[in-house]
Design a binder for this molecule. Structure first.
Ligand code: CAO
Length: 416
């Protein structure tokens, strides 16, 4: 099956998570992704949190599938020469080094554009160019704090909280992938490459836009009616942390199910969607609430929403999270069990859809990873193993026109 990005050559000068998540996505869709790594060590995640001695860590394998690995010391003249050849025939270069690292290496945007005016140069940085923090190095949790996620996540009586979801890293990588694809389409029209830059702060903020909505509402009216602080608590002049409240117009909460005393994940998320009030009352065996003025509208319910959640929890007390959802789904109530990683890893639906895949690996045996969350009618992205360090060095050098003797002579820069 021909994949849409076949024929697109990408220099993957990325490391850790934000950049690799972007290039992995493009590799799944057919791009020829060549990961350029420092000889001897490679991407730092190869060694981070190893679970098998001498085998690449899952942190690396789960973010670098479907790629080739070329080891090259790009600070040495011979390495730069190889990289220049690669640049001349590539469509995209993706990087997420610390601020200024690529310039210091001698590959500024101007130089790259001179070497290959058709190439797209895509970068992830912690903050956007010109920002007063644009010299900072940034990791996931730093970005969550800088982008507004931390100040608005957690409970009102606790500290700012980091989400387990990679809002700073993989999310930024997904934004960058959209930017690259857009620039590729633009190049079809203009014949020119361009620079595509995404900051982690901006990408987090983009996902927190409803909180910026709330800041403006708060400034106008002084309260936020869907937050647990309303109507009994107090609001300051900044958006508070709302615990597990729903972020839209639908109140919801994480509710205890049978077994919560011993199982920390025996919970469901329950949403009281306005038009589902009648079915909810029927499901709970509370038909008298349907027309009761104290319950009938969302506005009437809000002052005693936790009493309503308490009633729902009493109803849930003899039902597992799965039994509860099986009942509630018949009433068209938006809800889900709180699923653990173990449950997700073994979920037959996720295996069948290719969202969780098992990938054979030369050194590890096999590992589980998350496959493409994007599904296509004409293509099923196949996930192949991440490369060993330098696995494709000779192949890539040969494809660049280096002879066997040249490749032998270059062993210094590709030594693994
Ligand atoms: N050959 C020779 N040198 C190489 C090389 C190669 N193949 N690949 C990388 N290097 C060098 C770079 O030139 C740079 O050297 P200098 O600092 O001397 O110029 C160095 O290795 C990499 O520097 P770095 O700043 O990128 O690495 P770090 O470990 O100090 O910082 C990180 C890591 C992630 C904080 C930083 O890269 C960063 O802020 N990136 C941008 C934001 C980002 O993507 N963060 C998400 C990371 S995922 O949580």
């Amino acid at each position: 099956m021909t994949k849409p990005l076949e024929g697109i050559k990408i220099i993957d000068f990325t490391h850790v998570q934000a950049g690799p998540a972007c290039t992995q996505l493009l590799a799944w869709f057919g791009a020829d992704v060549i990961k350029v790594e420092r000889p001897g060590s490679g991407d730092v995640t190869r060694n981070q949190l190893r679970d098998i001695p001498d085998a690449d860590a899952l942190y690396f394998t789960m973010l670098n599938s479907n790629k080739k690995s070329l080891t090259l010391d790009t600070k040495k003249p011979e390495g730069k020469e190889v990289l220049e050849r690669l640049i001349r025939e590539s469509d995209v270069l993706v990087e997420n080094f610390g601020p200024g690292a690529l310039d210091r290496m001698g590959f500024s945007w101007e130089r790259l554009n001179e070497l290959n005016p058709k190439m797209i140069v895509a970068s992830v940085k912690g903050f956007s160019d010109g920002h007063h923090y644009d010299d900072l190095k940034v990791y996931e949790n730093v970005a969550q704090c800088a982008g507004g996620a931390a100040s608005t996540t957690g409970f009102w009586d606790g500290p700012p909280t980091i989400s387990a979801a990679a809002l700073g890293d993989s999310n930024t990588g997904m934004h960058l992938a959209i930017g690259i694809l857009t620039a590729l389409l633009g190049r079809d029209k203009t014949g020119k490459g361009q620079k595509v830059a995404v900051s982690m702060q901006d990408s987090v903020l983009n996902l927190c836009r409803v909180k910026l909505r709330d800041q403006q509402r708060l400034e106008r009216v002084g309260y936020l009616e869907e937050y647990p602080q309303y109507p009994h608590g107090e609001f300051s002049d900044v958006v508070p942390r709302g615990g597990n409240a729903g972020g839209g117009g639908q109140p919801g909460w994480v509710l205890k199910c049978k077994g919560w005393e011993t199982d920390p994940n025996a919970y469901i998320y329950f949403t009281i969607q306005g038009h589902a009030w009648e079915p909810i009352c029927k499901a709970l065996g509370k038909p008298e609430w349907i027309d009761d003025a104290a319950y009938k509208t969302a506005e009437a319910r809000q002052p005693h929403i936790f009493e309503i959640f308490g009633t729902i929890e009493a109803w849930l007390a003899d039902k597992t999270k799965f039994e509860a959802v099986d009942i509630l789904r018949k009433f068209d109530i938006p809800c889900a069990p709180v699923l653990t990683m173990k449950e997700l890893a073994n979920d037959p639906s996720l295996r069948a859809s290719g969202t969780i895949v098992e990938v054979p690996h030369k050194k590890r045996g096999s590992y589980l990873t998350v496959g493409s969350p994007i599904k296509f009618s004409d293509m099923k992205p196949e996930v192949t193993a991440s490369p060993l360090l330098g696995e494709h060095t000779e192949e890539v050098l040969a494809s660049l026109g280096y002879s066997r003797q040249d490749i032998f002579n270059l062993r210094e820069i590709k030594a693994v």
